[in-house]
Design a protein around this ligand. Structure first.
Ligand SMILES: *Cc1c(COP(=O)(O)O)cnc(C)c1O
Ligand code: SF4
Length: 433
């Protein structure tokens, strides 16, 4: 299969589009002016069930739906497109709406960008002591775009919001000064959209720098879902697999942090071959996904996913709460319900699948786990705990929020037991003043 992508410009060439109702085509045309839209021939031909597309989870992961914009924004965009306005007016309306969709949640722009010699390193984020994120310039796109993506501003040409960095050398310079970093996580976009020669040059710089504190090289990717051919029969697959072997032989652990949302994505033969090929290089695959209303908000889907992943030799890692950005109103699941889904799914799988943690919110102060609901002295509370924190001292200290069935994010919660604020808040506020 030769890779072919579809966007707003050419998606009507997809043969299956002729089965779509007119209103669904109109929705794609309007919504994709605001949220990124890209799919490809593998997703279209192998993953989507077109006979039942309106309810198909994979369809909804790639194809914009009317309800992904609030009605007011939808109408505004629709009327601008349908009137004879200029391209730049359309763009301006779209950008205005985008800015109302919380384009940079969790303080990514202001709080996580480090400096070296007074210069901001825009392609690096360093939030948790052990793990540095690296955004290689050539990997800032994906094989297809998820409608729920929290990094969506990178894909819509809002350039001032884009992080990326060319120089692997600067990364190494930074790492030399930060021996608390054990993990470098390549992220994007999807770094596996890069040609092997680009990935190789970054990894070689890291290996050649001979940094004893660097233990794990991680690659965050959705290519196993969107383009498993990358690990099977792309032009430079052989070189890619040899590069993976080289990392393993260098005594660094190579971890593929693979993104899956639905058991359907685990069914194709080519995915199975891809997983085997990666595992044969010595790399480990860990899996993560957000919990998404309209896509995978059922415990049975999660237990099926974890079971299948383990059967294929992958290690379940995180269930995330959908972030408070973009089309969050469409995808969000209240925290209490998220916990119920997690618990039900977790209790139905064997211990070997229970390496997974969640539901977890990647919030500004840290990754906050919704541990459950309990009643203390007659008062119902939500139990929370950090699994990662801007201050590592916050990690795994239980804390309690007032019970709230509607809350979908940390900032909807207030402390239980008439406390004025959560234990970390005072220190957190002082970090940025
Ligand atoms: C999740 C995350 C990491 C990685 O955390 P682990 O728990 O080590 O997987 C690193 N940096 C940021 C900003 C993150 O959100
Ligand atoms: S693959 Fe990841 S970065 Fe790319 S669109 Fe999907 S969620 Fe966003």
């Amino acid at each position: 299969m030769k890779f072919k992508t579809y966007t707003l410009q050419n998606y009507k060439e997809i043969p299956q589009i002729s089965q779509l109702a007119k209103k669904d085509i109109a929705s794609i045309d309007v919504v994709s002016h605001v949220l990124p839209f890209k799919t490809n021939n593998y997703v279209v031909d192998e993953l989507i069930d077109w006979k039942n597309y309106e309810n198909d989870p994979i369809y909804k992961i790639n194809f914009p739906q009317k309800d992904m914009l609030i009605p007011e924004h939808f109408k505004e965009m629709e009327s601008v497109i349908n009137s004879n306005t200029t391209k730049s007016e359309i763009r301006e309306t779209a950008n205005n709406i985008r800015l109302q969709l919380n384009p940079h949640p969790a303080g990514q722009l202001e709080h996580n960008v480090p400096e070296i010699n007074g210069e901001r390193l825009l392609g690096i984020q360093h939030k948790y002591n052990e793990t540095m994120l690296f955004f290689p310039t050539q990997g800032q796109t994906c094989h297809a775009y998820c409608t729920f993506c929290f990094r969506w501003p990178q894909f819509v040409g809002m350039d001032e919001l884009k992080f990326a960095m060319k120089q692997g050398e600067l990364m190494v310079e930074y790492l030399k000064e930060h021996d608390e970093v054990t993990d470098v996580l390549f992220t994007g976009g999807d770094p596996m959209t890069m040609k092997t020669k680009h990935l190789e040059s970054y990894i070689n710089i890291l290996l050649d720098a001979d940094l004893p504190h660097l233990r794990n090289i991680r690659i965050g990717t959705k290519a196993l879902t969107f383009w498993p051919q990358r690990y099977v029969d792309d032009n430079d697959t052989d070189n890619l697999l040899r590069l993976f072997e080289k990392v393993s032989k260098s005594k660094k652990n190579l971890a593929i942090m693979a993104h899956f949302n639905h058991p359907r994505e685990l069914e194709t033969d080519i995915l199975h071959t891809a997983v085997n090929n990666i595992r044969n290089t010595g790399a480990l695959i860990r899996t993560q996904s957000p919990l998404l209303n309209n896509i995978n908000a059922e415990p049975e889907l999660w237990s099926a996913m974890w079971n299948k992943q383990v059967e294929l030799g992958m290690i379940p890692y995180y269930m995330f709460v959908a972030r408070n950005t973009g089309a969050q109103h469409y995808f969000s699941v209240p925290l209490v319900k998220a916990w119920q889904i997690f618990r039900k799914a977790y209790s139905k799988v064997g211990g070997i699948c229970r390496t997974v943690r969640g539901p977890s919110m990647s919030a500004d102060p840290g990754k906050v786990l919704v541990a459950g609901v309990s009643k203390v002295n007659g008062t119902k509370v939500i139990n929370l705990t950090f699994i990662q924190g801007r201050n590592s001292k916050w990690v795994r200290r239980p804390f309690f929020a007032k019970y709230d069935e509607k809350a979908t994010w940390l900032n909807d919660l207030v402390p239980a037991f008439d406390e004025k604020e959560f234990f970390y808040e005072d220190e957190f506020k002082r970090m940025y003043n």
